[in-house]
Design a protein around this ligand. Structure first.
Ligand code: FAD
Length: 116
């Protein structure tokens, strides 16, 4: 287990990044303005160029070209992100996440109250 105060390895970098991205999508507007939509597209475009794992970033850019980020609503953005994360999960041999539960995981907490 790497120490908390050491540089991030690929796994901890990924966990932290997914946490930020899914939380951004969880609290995105249901009725975003044109500027908010543009900001999300720009954010992903820049992140896919600067993500500090070169081969991850290469696949990230290719995926974004094939599956452009969906920014028209909170539902569209969070579902698109869940599907994108699942494509990375499949590539890495990890189980796919059930995207119908994405708001429970990242916004509302589990229905059984275990996050309360
Ligand atoms: P993570 O995949 O980090 O997930 C964190 C948490 O998110 C999970 O515990 C789960 O609760 C939740 N979750 C899982 N799937 C979903 C989903 N589909 N939707 C919503 N929530 C979900 N690593 C590589 O080795 N090679 C790569 O090419 C690579 N590319 C990456 C590209 C990006 C853009 C990012 C952000 C990360 C990438 N990573 C890559 C890192 C990798 O995805 C994981 O973060 C890392 O392997 C740690 O995995 P983990 O099992 O701890 O959970």
């Amino acid at each position: 287990m790497p120490r908390e105060d050491c540089p991030l390895d690929k796994s901890r970098l990924g966990q932290s990044t997914w946490g930020l991205l899914h939380t951004m999508a969880a609290f995105y507007s249901d009725n975003p303005t044109d500027n908010q939509k543009k900001d999300v597209k720009t954010f992903f475009d820049v992140l896919s160029r600067l993500y500090p794992c070169e081969y991850c970033a290469q696949d990230f850019r290719k995926d974004l070209r094939e599956n452009p980020v969906q920014v028209n609503s909170q539902k569209d953005f969070s579902q698109w992100l869940c599907q994108f994360h699942n494509r990375v999960n499949v590539k890495l041999g990890k189980p796919e996440f059930d995207c119908s539960k994405v708001n429970e995981r990242w916004r509302d907490g589990w229905l059984d109250g275990s996050c309360d």
